[in-house]
Design a protein around this ligand. Sequence first.
Ligand code: HSE
Length: 306
Amino acid sequence: MEKIKVFAPASVANLGCGYDTIGFAVESIGEELTLTKRNDSKLVIDEILGADLSKDPDQNVATIAIKALLSQLASDQGFDISIQKFFKPGSGLGSSASSASGAVFAANELLGNPFSRNELLPFALEGEAFASKCYHADNVAPSLLGGFQVVRSYEPLDLFQISTDIELKVLIIFPHVQIKTAESKKMLPSEVSVSLARNQWGNVAALIHALHDKDYSLLKRSIEDFIAEPVRSQFIPFYDDVKQIVDEAGSVGFNISGSGPSMFALFRDDGGVETAIDKIENLYLNSDFDFSLYRTSIDLQGCRII
Ligand code: HSE
């Protein structure tokens, strides 16, 4: 194979209480990457549509991730790369992760699959780390592998997929302000008390159980985050209003997507989503903020050839 086009999904990281440890991939939102083998060892980004990102191979997460993969193989294969983004970097939906994941997935396919999907994670993480200034895998893991992914440990890297067939409607609310993950991480407390950590541990354990057992009431109670949400929600326009609207519309979970500004709300049925959309549209239309709403669901596939 000389050329390949892949889709890499966007992702919702943290899932409330699971800071840097839990994330899920979202259906239909994401980006397309086209890779073509070159006859030399260059990595050339020909085109980036839908986002204003660097084409310098040393400054783009896609090529940084591919370089990590090629280095492990001691390969000097070059690629031409085109990227079409369908969502905005800095929106809290894992833009750097989808680029890094899609790039290594595509390169691996063109090289005859020397690595399994799981083995691609450290390479995708190199790209993510360049953008976020931190090795966090709660976006790259779901983007690459699909479903709900949990990072049990970073050293060594140890992940698992939450075994669940829970059906959830997902509403993403994106007020058009940009929040950089690297900046947002710096604002979080470097230490937390044992009593706060105890509340967080309880919620994380309960959240995993709720997803596995399809216990919607427990899901709603346990998604609350005591560490990042109180800090980050202050930078998200109308966070408390949106939270109240989705609550009244019957959501079974709500929180910040990644480091924001996007928020996600989980519902059991379309009726709740529609009620929430009407009210959120009114809220932002009466303000100075542009916004986007995405109706989606959990993506189970992760990166795929298209
Ligand atoms: N886990 C990361 C954070 C996700 O919350 O900083 C960023 O998308």
